[in-house]
Ligand binder design. Structure first.
Ligand SMILES: NC(=[NH2+])NCCC[C@H]1O[C@@H](n2cnc3c(N)ncnc32)[C@H](O)[C@@H]1O
Length: 444
């Protein structure tokens, strides 16, 4: 099948670019055929997965795309193997493929080992449980909707220590709670449930929610999946998958709604401490270092910034609103939002700040509880995010900042994002226009 790969490069370019040796000789190929004829691999042909595209440059090579699976027939040398895909045979370059299974390859792209290891000990769970604004929002939602939760079946996706499951079981007369947790913290969770006398109400599943089978569909999915810029970690994908698999049509998602906000801001302290600092260091001009400092400190978002309301240069804009009952996973690949801010005060524009809020929609649209992580609400462990631009610009009332934010999911590293700001500043006094653009990996 013609592969949707890029245009073919020349042989030499392909070989130079990928550092490939020459194709195998006829002798190497004959030797390989002889070995395999003796059934060295006990007849089960090895299957490999491509982790990058390859465009054949002559007719004895095979073209393929990232994610394609190929059967290996012969291994004449370490650089080129003879493989089969879609009924065609030919040479494939071994530095484009992984010998891992598709499951292992997929897990790598999600960095599952590091990810779930990070939740295996108490550190992150203590941080989350110590965040009273966060945990009490869930508790308030459960208590205020206890009536509606009565006799309902709940699944807690990513239950961690089980706190949300315990709150549901204690403060509402739920029929059953399933707690699902893939990290090793789950080995403590059952003890905590037993110790608090809720064993008969809560069942724990020790695996990824993608891999488990629940006894039946559920009435409510409750989960605390929000990360930096709302989406980082992309745990939301697992929650939406769980919805597609296990939520009744009449079911409720908690949070029911999630919104991401953006505002132009000044960040004078941060800028002065880390960038302006280099202008004069013990009487010496170190300004040569400013661009390096900008890259080192602000090449990526600042995820624990504390934004003051007085830092905001206009009202915030909602750049993403997700109805969790209907939002689709593929909508996460790329989110684009145009903005047009109008500066409301004389200040210095340093960049943009972001935060999120989530709603726990009441079952009858009453008793909705909101967890807001913005500058006018109680501080949470998420704080706010700062995207520091490379140029600090003096602004005054009426100046405009018009452009777009693009949040693009990393095609390779599936928990990561890339955020690009592209905008122009139109200065009120002389209508002078300046163009700016900056891209922030989050985090790869
Ligand atoms: N608000 C966040 N940024 N993180 C909140 C905690 C996320 C919890 O869910 C667990 N978790 C994450 N993804 C999954 C998954 N697909 N299946 C099961 N547990 C998961 C993870 O191990 C951790 O204990």
């Amino acid at each position: 099948l013609p592969c949707r790969c890029k245009e073919p490069a020349s042989t030499s370019l392909v070989q130079e670019k990928h550092g490939l040796k020459a194709l195998p000789s006829q002798d190497e190929m004959n030797e390989a055929k002889t070995n395999y004829d003796t059934g060295i691999l006990n007849n089960k042909l090895q299957v490999v997965v491509a982790f990058s595209d390859f465009k054949a440059v002559d007719d004895n090579q095979l073209s393929f795309c990232r994610g394609d699976e190929m059967q290996i027939l012969y291994k004449p040398n370490s650089d080129w193997w003879w493989a089969e895909i879609h009924g065609n045979e030919g040479y494939i370059p071994t530095n484009h493929i992984t010998e891992k299974t598709r499951e292992e390859w997929e897990a790598d792209r999600w960095q599952d080992v590091e990810y779930f290891d990070s939740y295996a000990d108490l550190k992150l769970h203590l941080e989350m449980l110590s965040d009273n604004a966060r945990t009490n929002a869930y508790k308030d939602a459960i208590i205020q909707n206890a009536e509606s939760l009565s006799n309902k079946v709940v699944v807690d996706v990513g239950c961690g220590t089980g706190i949300l499951s315990l709150l549901c079981a204690k403060h509402a007369n739920v029929k059953q709670v399933y707690g699902v947790e893939a990290s090793d913290i789950v080995h403590h969770t059952q003890h905590l449930i037993d110790q608090n006398g809720l064993t008969n109400k809560i069942t724990i599943f020790k695996d990824k929610v993608e891999n488990i089978t629940l006894p039946d569909k559920v009435d409510i999915i409750i989960s605390e999946w929000m990360g930096t810029l709302l989406l980082f970690e992309l745990m939301i994908e697992s929650v939406l998958l769980a919805r597609n698999l296990w939520l009744k049509d009449t079911g409720v998602m908690w949070p029911s709604d999630a919104s991401l906000y953006l505002v132009p801001c000044s960040a004078t302290d941060e800028y002065n401490k880390k960038i302006a600092f280099w202008d004069c260091v013990y009487g010496f001009d170190f300004s040569y270092l400013k661009s390096f400092a900008m890259q080192e400190y602000f090449g990526k978002p600042v995820f624990n910034h504390e934004l003051k309301s007085t830092d905001c240069l206009d009202s915030p804009l909602c750049v993403l609103k997700m109805k969790m009952k209907t939002f689709q996973i593929d909508e996460l690949e790329e989110i684009v939002k145009e903005f047009s801010f109008k500066v409301t005060k004389k200040s210095t524009f340093h960049g943009f700040a972001s935060w999120f809020s989530v709603d726990f929609g009441g079952f009858n649209n009453q008793n909705t509880v909101t967890l807001d992580t913005g500058p006018t609400s109680r501080l949470t462990h998420w704080k706010q995010d700062l995207f520091m631009m490379n140029d600090a610009v003096q602004v005054t009332v009426g100046d405009k900042i018009e452009g777009s934010i693009v949040i693009k999911r990393n095609a390779e590293w599936r928990r990561h994002l890339v955020v690009t700001f592209k905008y122009q500043m139109i200065f009120h006094c002389d209508q002078n226009i300046k163009n700016f653009e900056k891209t922030f990996p989050l985090w790869k």
